[in-house]
Write a protein that binds this ligand. Sequence first.
Ligand code: MG
Length: 202
Amino acid sequence: MKIFCIGRNYSEHILELKNETPDEPVVFMKPPSALLVQNKPFYIPEFTNEVHHEIELVIKICKNGKLIQPQFASRYFKEIALGIDFTARDLQSKLKKKGLPWELAKAFDKSAPISEFVTVKSLGKGPIDFRLEKNGRTVQSGDHSQMIHSFSQLIVFISKFFTLQMGDLIYTGTPAGVGPVKVGDQLEGFLKEKSMLNCEIK
Ligand code: MG
């Protein structure tokens, strides 16, 4: 099982981190050991002093495919969840400056909390809005129509390089409002105003 993550997919988040808007999706990966399931707490690792939350919509690939054509891409996912792409921002900044890969800052153990999946159909029509509360206050919100590269475009792009397999996940990028977490913080993610994800910071 592979976990793909997309960077810089919401304009306002690109601005807040002073990054350039990419022509093509920015893709990186996390290993399965990064998943954090069943609303278990997140322990801040010792190698960082600045872990940021990034709330994201996550789609699950439902059939195998390679070089998927745009007109068929929407058939490759039926389920969606909320996830957090925890990022050791201090470490990532160091790596970025040196032009090095991001893995150490992004793909570490339990850096990817994930909620239960629901069918996209069950969410009805219209924008799939989602948000993250930190200690009861909304810190990030967005909806899928704000994504620079849509779900289908991401599937088409990723499948040029990798065979997509049933069960693979795509974390589709975070809207603006990322910020640090500290011990004792309570994170709660909402998908269409339904509480889906809880994560206590330890
Ligand atoms: Mg992210």
